[in-house]
Structure formats: C-alpha cells, structure tokens
Ligand binder design. Sequence first.
Ligand code: ADP
Length: 482
Amino acid sequence: MPHQEETIDFRALVEYIPDAIIVHDLEGKILYANPAALSLAGESSLEDAMKRSIFNHIPLGIGELGHQAIGKLLEGEAVPPIIAPLFLVHGERIDVEVTIGLLNTGTRPLIWVILRDMTLGKSAEDIIRERVETERALINTPAEIAVLLDDHGVILNINDNYAKILGRSPQDLLGASLWNLLPPDISVYRRNYFDQALRLKQTVRYEEYRDNRWYDCLVNPVFSKEGRVFRVAIAGHDITQRKLAEKQLRESFNTLKKSNEDLELFAHVAAHDLQEPIRTIVVYSQMLLAEHGDKIPPRAEKYLKNIEHAGLRMHHLVSDLRKYSDVRAREIPREQTDLEGVLGFALKNLQTAIQETGASITHDPLPTLPVHRIQIVQVFQNLIENAIKFRKKGVSPVIHISAVPGDDMWQFAVEDNGIGIQHQYYEKIFVLFERLDHRDDYFGTGLGLALCTRIIERHGGHIWVKSEIGQGSTFYFTLPAG
Ligand code: ADP
C-alpha cells in the first residue's frame, strides 16, 4: 500500500507565505505565481498571469536588474538579494527585497523570484519617515537634473527634464538601473562618484559636460534611521551660462592683458626713443638763444623760449614715463636696505626745492627693509616733492615722515601742511596722468603717484591718502617687514 502521507503537496506551503513567489523560464514565461504574487500583481488568476512574460510585466518585472541577475546565475555566480522599488497597479510604490535563484529541474533551468515587501514589519512611522526623507531629498534639489537612486543605483524617482535627457518618460525609468541607461564611459565615472558618496557618507561634487551643456552635480547621500546610506539624491544644475561667461571673461582678460603689455612696450620704447630728439630740441633752442639772442627779433625770441619750455615739459613727461615703464617686472630684486639712507638720498635730490621754499622736514627713525633701493628712493622723493610743490601760498612747507611697525608690514606716512585734496579725488589722483584743476599753477606730469602706486604694489604693499582741504595731506604706504 502506498504511503499516502509521503506525497505531500509542497505547493500548499508557498501558497500561504506572505512573500510573493514567482517561477519563470528563461524566456520570461511565468509558470507559477503564488497568491501573494498574484495579489501584488493585481492578477485575478494564475492562468492569466501565465500568459504574460515576467520581463515586461508591470509591476512584477524588475526589468534590467532581473536580466543581469539571471545572467550571473547562469554563470554560476551567487546573486545577493537587492532592494528595488515596485510600483503597484494603482500607482503606489513599495520597496521590495528581491531574491533570485536558479531552479534546476534536470531538463531546463528555471528561475524563481521571491519578492518581500519591505514595508511589512516596519512601523508606519518608519515608512512615513523614510518617504519624507526620500521626497525631501528630491524636493530640495530644484535642479535641471534630479534623480533619486537606491544604494544600487536603481531609479526611485526622476524629474521630467532628466528623463527627457535620457530619452524616456519618467514612468519608464522607475526601477531601471541608472548605470545601464548611460553610455559606458559616462556610467563608469558617474558610478565612481556615487560609490564615493556611499562610502564616505558625504556629498560629492563634480562638473560634467554633456550634449553641449555644463552641469554642476551634487551627489547627496540620504541616511536611514540606522545611519545607513539607503538612498542617493543626485542634483545637476545647468551652469552652461556661467561657464560661457567665465570663458568670455578669461578671453577678454587675456586680450586686455595682451593689449596692456603691447601698450607698456610701446610706452617703454617711445619713452626711450623720444628722449634724444627732445634733448636736441631743448639744447638747440637754448644754443640759438645764447649765441644769436642779440640778432633775433623779440617776437622770434619769444617763440624760441616757448619751444624751449615745451621741450622741457616733454622731457619731464618722457622721463617720468620711462621711470614708470621701467617698473614692469613682477618679480623685483630686493636687498636689505637702510631706509634712512634712502630718505637721505631723496632729500639730496630735492635739495634745491627744499632750500628755495624753506621747507622743514623731520622724520621718525626708519627701519632696514628688503626693498628695491632705487624704486623706494623714487617713492619718498615723489611724495616729498609733492608735499613741497602743493604748499599753501606764503606758507613754508612743514613735512614729517613717520614709520610704524606692524605684524608683518611697516606703515609709513608723509604728512604735509599744504593745500589739501578734496575727498572725492582720493582715488583719482593715483591714476596715470590724473591731475587736479590747478595744472597751470603747479608744474607736473600726473605720473608721480601712479609710479608710487606701482612700486608699492609690486613690493606687496598699499598706498592711500587722507587729507583736509586747506589743512594738509598725509600719504600713507606700507611695505612688508620681511
Ligand atoms: P603731478 O604731481 O605730476 O601732478 P602726481 O601723480 O604726483 O602728479 O599727483 C597727482 C595729483 O595729486 C596732483 O596733480 C595734485 O593735484 C594731487 N596731489 C598730489 N600730492 C599732493 C599733496 N601733497 N597735496 C595736495 N595735492 C596733491
């Protein structure tokens, strides 16, 4: 007599399990689905389900991930369970743990799939919290590209624009692996950033150029309650406009730099080459006046004096321009220099003006600093010369030079009791060729302060002025201590 109890119908076991169990062949034809699977799928009977292919079954088909897993199984590799989104027929999304295995029937391999609803066993609070977390990650990224992935790169949510870039509708993309949608080379390095965000648990940022557009991409890990990265939100902002503007700015900067250099070179050459002809004009007009002055009619003599004056003015201009264009090199050779000696030298050059105006000049003890000696002589000389030149009518210049050490800079000041400068001209006067309205009263070229600025800035310092009209001016400048 046969043992009745040995022919147990094992099917009954899987019929009661809350997990969805499906068996299908390699072509995807569904051979079996337990009641949990049928209810998940919204199928009314096993017969109906058996007419369908698992690969394009909505919602059971896990698409690309399924294909990959089957490929691995057939090669004998183990496939660990994965978490994937599953979109129910009425639109609700649940996360399922998918376990896939090979069922060897002896004749042909079959595939079994178990889908476990991850929301089962979780408190409603946890589920809501995770959803909120997830949606917030997406809402927080009002970007041109926004996609929410699980920790394997499966798309859980995607904005319309990114779906459009990928050439599909958002619905088509849900549940697909992002890595399979991108060209292989792009996929590899994107995945790299994604892995970094998972591993480091930190936001990773990169810039990407694609289809003629630049994107600034942020890969943000989203944490589960246990502190695990269970989602990754990627946001890409279109920064093409900014990139173009940067490029234009760089190009204009280079053009400007080039034309500036050309102009500098021109000034340099012109200043050198003009010196000689100007000297000739001045010398010959002086010789004419000296040797033939008695034979020259008064009118012609006046003309000659005008030529001599204009020549002298030109000579000053060209010589200042030459000094200015000589201070071109970015790296200036410096040596420890006693500024007492520097000031002494400058005062010696100004000896005549000092005597003629009765100027009284005092100074604090001055330090020894690493500077370009000749250039700093020029700075002191120009500032003191201006302090004498822009004196009040009938008042002898009183000038004091102070020096105060700071943390890493020394601050110097040249203070006078001259005519002063109106507040609105504080910056203008440092610009090349800028002079104030009294050009007829005071001789000058408008180059002195521009030269001082250039020298001080090349030394790593600053120069500025404070002044009170009718009271006097103080020109400050700083120089590095070491
Ligand atoms: P320049 O002395 O050849 O005119 P600068 O570049 O040295 O050229 O000075 C620019 C202008 O700044 C001067 O024309 C003058 O108007 C003003 N300025 C400079 N130094 C003083 C000063 N100590 N007091 C009053 N005004 C000054």
